[in-house]
Design a protein around this ligand. Structure first.
Ligand code: SF4
Ligand code: SF4
Length: 79
């Protein structure tokens, strides 16, 4: 029998991800380049001026890591 879809979790596109972006807060200068270039709007610069990823919806495309001018984002394989 097919597994039932859990209410409220079926739109969480983060489950598609093969790699995840990790922000190094020591390096992040809060420039917002990642936020402006993320196609899904899943990385935002917070009030602490550090970028934060919403892993429920980030698809792991790696654009944020490519666009970061100070290389503060690295892509890691999902376990
Ligand atoms: S990996 Fe892609 S989807 Fe995830 S935060 Fe970076 S740009 Fe957005
Ligand atoms: S692009 Fe890099 S330095 Fe700029 S806010 Fe994003 S993680 Fe921080």
């Amino acid at each position: 029998m097919a597994e039932a879809i859990k209410p409220g979790t079926d739109n969480k596109t983060g489950s598609w991800r093969a790699r995840k972006p990790i922000v190094d807060e020591e390096k992040c200068v809060g420039c917002g380049a990642c936020e402006r270039n993320c196609p899904d709007g899943t990385i935002r610069v917070g009030i602490n001026k550090k970028a934060k990823v919403d892993y429920d919806y980030c698809k792991g495309c790696g654009i944020c890591a490519n666009e970061c001018p100070v290389k503060a984002i690295r892509m890691e394989d999902e376990k």
